[in-house]
Design a protein around this ligand. Structure first.
Ligand SMILES: NC(=O)c1ccc[n+]([C@@H]2O[C@H](COP(=O)([O-])OP(=O)(O)OC[C@H]3O[C@@H](n4cnc5c(N)ncnc54)[C@H](O)[C@@H]3O)[C@@H](O)[C@H]2O)c1
Length: 373
């Protein structure tokens, strides 16, 4: 279909089961594929017909792809993204975009210098429920927002793979893995106010019991796999305009139920998104009403939606086409908070954030499409 040449770096579960079908559905093929595991390269090249490599730098040098997907373990996201951008590719980075502000700064700088687009894999923004909630909020119907909270809580759901559990690959656990998603959703909902401080807490409770708490129960235990990283994280985040945000995530825990939930409170209304529904809470006169959305069961391939945004922005050479996918500036803010959660947890103290105003302004402006849709 299109002449854009696409490369995948990291050929694991998400590349194979989500990105590949998403692109196929859009009529695109994967031209180059890279993994340090040569068995995976062989399987991918045979199934997909792409040209395989074991070294991403060699692939970049030889092939100069137009677009690169980075779907490796977290520790390599930033370096690979920077190298791909330097080489002139546009980049889709799986979450989290980066692990430190230093890494995020490099990504934003090189993307600007090379005039290239980035999207980050927070595809959940595009579920019908979340997208609808974002549009409601951005139209201003909840009034002045003062609080937002997000939960991603699992009773048994430690990812049963070294990519997520080994410090040299993942650097951190549930916070980098799923608090990154929860934060992205809340920042998207509130429209990127400027975060100024973070008080965080992380805890590794089940690292030696992955066989008991791993994967989605019931599933066979993974013999001998242990985790080096935290399985619980929570954080309280303050913003310069007075908004407060609370995020709580767990891969596993003695919880009554597993759930995903987002709440945004304003002085004229509230929005509540949970596992199955989207509620809008408002008042008429002095009466309070809770309304639920009708017809939420519309299926969206959220990975395809993110790809559509990126490919469209490249083809039209227009950054506005990325909206409402997560951009480099938005990924920067997410990274700054994630890094501070770990720092705060280590020190036991609140951590101040110094995010440049131009990053926040850019992040905010990149959501303008929500008001008009
Ligand atoms: N958007 C989402 O909801 C979502 C869901 C799952 C995973 N992810 C993200 O996708 C990424 C990959 O996750 P996964 O589940 O596919 O993991 P995985 O372990 O299945 O695959 C990772 C692959 O990367 C390869 N790899 C490691 N280092 C490499 C390098 N330097 N160069 C090339 N390949 C390398 C590994 O050999 C492996 O095949 C992670 O960042 C994860 O957080 C996102």
């Amino acid at each position: 279909m299109s002449k854009l040449r696409i490369a995948f770096i990291g050929l694991g579960g998400i590349a194979k089961n989500a990105h590949l079908p998403a692109l196929k559905g859009l009529g695109y093929k994967v031209d180059f594929c890279v993994d340090i595991d040569t068995g995976r390269v062989k399987e991918f090249t045979e199934n997909v017909g792409c040209k395989g490599y074991a070294d991403y730098r060699e692939m970049l040098k030889n092939e100069n792809p137009d677009v690169v997907l980075v779907a490796t373990p977290h520790a390599f996201h930033a370096q690979i993204a920077v190298d791909a951008l330097e080489n002139g590719s546009h980049v889709y980075i799986e979450k989290p975009m980066a692990l430190t502000v230093e890494e995020a700064t490099k990504i934003v700088d090189v993307a600007h210098r090379k005039n290239r687009f980035i999207v980050v894999g927070h595809n959940g923004r595009f579920s019908y429920k979340n997208y609808t909630a974002a549009k409601i909020i951005h139209k201003g119907v909840v009034g002045k927002i003062y609080y937002a909270r997000g939960f991603i809580l699992r009773q048994r759901g430690i990812p049963p793979a070294p990519t997520f559990l080994k410090k040299e690959l993942a650097r951190g656990g549930a916070v980098y893995d799923i608090a990154s998603h929860a934060l992205d959703m809340l920042l998207y909902f509130i429209g990127y106010s400027k975060p100024v401080s973070v008080k965080g807490f992380t805890y590794r409770a089940f690292g030696e019991r992955v066989d008991e708490f791993g994967g989605t129960y019931p599933q066979p235990p993974i013999p001998g796999l242990t985790s080096d990283v935290e399985d619980f994280g929570s954080a309280f985040i303050s913003f310069d305009n007075g908004i407060a945000m609370y995020v709580e995530v767990s891969w596993a825990g003695y919880l009554k139920e597993s759930k995903v939930e987002y709440v945004v409170l304003g002085d004229r209304g509230g929005v509540h998104v949970d596992n199955t529904n989207l509620y809008y809470i408002s008042s008429a006169g002095k009466e309070l009403f809770v309304g639920s959305h009708v017809g939420l069961n519309i299926h969206v391939d959220t990975y395809a939606e993110v790809w559509k945004k990126l490919l469209n922005a490249i083809e039209k050479n227009d950054e506005a086409c990325l909206c409402p996918a997560t951009t480099a500036e938005q990924g920067f803010i997410n990274t700054a908070i994630l890094e501070s959660i770990y720092k705060s947890s280590m020190s036991g103290k609140e951590v101040e954030l110094n995010i440049p105003d131009k990053i926040v302004e850019h992040a905010k402006n990149q959501l303008k499409c929500l008001v008009n849709e």
